[in-house]
Design a protein around this ligand. Sequence first.
Ligand code: OGA
Ligand code: MN
Length: 287
Amino acid sequence: MKLDVKKLGGCFVAEVDGVDFSSPVPAAAVAEIIGVLDRFGVAVFRDTGLDDLRHIEFSRQFGRLETAPKLFDAQSTRFAYPELFDAGNLDREGRILTDERRRIYNRGNALWHTDSSFNPHRAAYSLLLAHRVPPVGGDTQFADMRSAYAALPPATRDLIEDLVAEHWLWHSRMIAGYPAPTAAERASKPPSQHRLVQFHAGAGCRTLYLAAHASHIVGWPEATGRQLLQELMAFATQPQFTCAVQWHRPGDLVIWDNRSTMHRATAFEDTLYPRDMRRTTVYDTPG
Ligand code: OGA
Ligand code: MN
């Protein structure tokens, strides 16, 4: 199978055509898509026609899937499948969310981040499928952590070579304005530690593993570590390393590699327009 791969507007995102999602996608096509992700980091597929179940089944072809944590009461989840993460602004009845805690929690997605870096087992791919898109705004931006790493001054590369960052879900949520986590929330998502510099085997290069969830550097005074992380974030999200993906229609699918990119949601009139976005998250292979 030969996929039709185009570079989106001169940046590192690929727009991929030629995948037939109406029946199970052949393993050879999935292998080609993984090759595209190794090269680009982000791939956009238009008009896939996928529904929840086929979204999940297609995702499983990339590896084992995470299940979404039940952070709010079980009644609040909109989906029949535990593998679906809710990145939209709707409640169970399809109305725009009014629950202020959930609205603030969701605002965390507007910070540059890598999905699930707060878990001990990293995520490889995220597959975000649009079900409803607002008429304007609500793009998703991506930052390329391979070119950002490659562009770091050598002294910085030396400095960070062996550093380990601590990632905590509640760190990014508190930055977004969420209240300090309750004991139950803390227990449900304890912090995790990951090396700041990682080698991406598929891409054959080093990457910066950053996220708004990263709170400090292990073994460093907290403030010093936080400052370094903020400097690296500012460096890695400069315009030359970033690009935006526009969601055109329901059925648009974007797959990104969390090991080589960061992403963030951008603003739209979220009290006026529904935005229904559903995500699956594929574990990185162990080791
Ligand atoms: C996500 C996410 C951004 C967006 O689903 O992981 O960060 O634009 N989404 O919805
Ligand atoms: Mn995300």
